[in-house]
Design a protein around this ligand. Sequence first.
Ligand SMILES: [Zn+2]
Ligand SMILES: [Zn+2]
Length: 334
Amino acid sequence: MGKNKKSSVPGEEHLHLPVHAALASSETRPPIVDTHTHLVSTFSAYRGKYKQGKYETIYDFVRGLYRDRNVEAIVDVWCEAPVQRSWRELADSALSEEGRRDKWCGVQYWFVMGVHPHEASQYTDEVEKDILEAMAHPRCVGWGETGLDYHYDNSPRDIQQTVFIRQLQQAVRLGKPLTIHTREAEEDTERILKEHVPKEHKIHIHCYTDSPEWAARMLDHFPNLFIGITGVITYSTNLNTSSVVRQMSRPGSQPPAPLRILLETDAPFMVPANLYGALTDVKGRLPLCHTGMIPWTAEFVAAVANEGGESAQAWSVERVVLEARDNARRMYGV
Ligand SMILES: [Zn+2]
Ligand SMILES: [Zn+2]
């Protein structure tokens, strides 16, 4: 008993965040789009931490936490092998106007599907057949996440590469935007993408943590490539992501250079560290991340993009959210 009361886990009411101060005062609350979130894992992290929690279904969770927070759309990610069967129920529930209103409180549910590099060894013809079926669903907006992960090496590297290429070829054939996961694999990811994906193809390098030099090369080669920014940008252990934003924003330039970024959570991981400043009586750390936290990531991006600029604060939280919202439309059509 009393599982919810462990001193290290704040009560679940703290998951319901206040409206970000910078947006509360703005006349038009900018629409939030989370371009990379794992909704099923987020909900199970929630149920795991709050056994008697008040949200009993994924829809309850979304309505409870995202309603009144101006969440306009989420891009949910299915990247397991074998493919989880529950994708269809969620995707179908968002097909009708009525479903979106009653189940999703107006939040637009979209998804991408692919096989994560961690699970590359599990990629089979059967899995590919299931993914191809999902690609035909009207709520499917891309292929991914797929890529290379040499940090964990959960699947052998040669298999990761073969499976990555195979997925790229399918996505390119179908004209599906790509969600890429890459970690400590810069050279191979670059070589493979340049070899197998046409320059104009839409690419989202999600949860970016690699070097600014690599980002510059990729942005230069692929005109429709975007850098995905999660709460990890707020962590002191990661300087690369801020450097990439600084490099793009060219502080002081008039008009300000566009930011080719997408905002994402990669929930349930990576709660933005600056969020705690806005939460008054919370003790301990929140056990999971969710889409309502995006404004704090935007706040951090705005601060970095303004660094070194003369006097004018070219980037506000609102402006970052709006820019990323436009980019999400260009990337995924959402
Ligand atoms: Zn990833
Ligand atoms: Zn992910």
